[in-house]
Design a protein around this ligand. Structure first.
Ligand code: SF4
Length: 235
């Protein structure tokens, strides 16, 4: 573990840094919202959308979800009546169909838990959801943050890349470590959620995995990746 990942004496500076990030990203005209943040959903709808959104884009995840709704006749619980193969076919467009179909069926079987976690302490709710086979820390955090407004900070591939490139808190060995570190700053749940969405959009539009658009970036003067790239190009 990076030593700074657990250094709580850094809390004031974490909060300051996150506030800076929040205000600078708020000023950018970034792409549309992300699929899991849109609109009202039942807990089961939300969790299935989260599963379908893994490793694909919003458009394909939405199409897969619509296929499931159609197959189920409008009540997703009816999917339990179908062989797993039918679920796989319906969601194939979103990729990872075998793993996703299995997880979706386990989630439907455990649908009562999706309601019960609302009344648990956040840490207990997180642990409980992760006992559903196929539900990892990121999916559980996204669900609890977006469905019930709990103070979690899910980290996807975009967030992991952006924060590590900035280098403000050192380098993190895993998305889970980064989630725990940001959550240790104890920001309000709503701010954590908005920051999560903004960094994902920023990672998609500007701080892209290949060829980041640093010339458009309001964080370039404070970015370790940018500074090192500039030093290398001058060497
Ligand atoms: S300066 Fe470049 S690498 Fe750094 S955060 Fe901005 S876009 Fe990403």
């Amino acid at each position: 573990m990076n030593q700074r990942e657990s250094d709580t004496s850094l809390i004031p500076s974490i909060q300051e840094r996150l506030s800076t990030l929040y205000s600078k990203l708020s000023s950018l005209p970034l792409e549309e919202s992300i699929i899991i943040s849109k609109g009202e959903m039942t807990p089961l709808q939300r969790m299935i959308r989260i599963i379908l959104s893994q490793n694909t884009n919003d458009k394909l995840a939405l199409k897969a979800f619509q296929n499931l709704e159609e197959l189920s006749g409008g009540d997703l619980v009816n999917l339990l009546q179908f062989p797993e193969e039918r679920i796989r076919e319906a969601i194939a467009i979103s990729g990872m169909k075998t793993q996703k179909a299995r997880t979706i069926l386990r989630v439907i079987e455990n649908r009562d838990l999706l309601l019960r976690v609302r009344d648990m302490e956040p840490s207990e709710a997180l642990r409980s959801l992760m006992e559903i086979p196929g539900i990892g820390p990121k999916s559980a955090r996204v669900f609890l943050s977006f469905q019930y407004g709990m103070p979690f900070f899910p980290v996807d591939t975009h967030i992991f890349r952006v924060i590590n490139r900035l280098g403000w808190f050192g380098k993190f060995s895993s998305p889970e470590k980064l989630s725990q570190f940001i959550e240790s700053a104890e920001l309000p749940a709503e701010k954590l959620k908005r920051l999560h969405v903004m960094i994902i959009r920023f990672g998609r539009d500007i701080c892209k995995a290949k060829n980041p658009r640093c010339s458009l970036c309001p964080l370039s003067s404070e970015c370790e990746y940018y500074r090192k790239s500039a030093e290398l190009s001058q060497a």
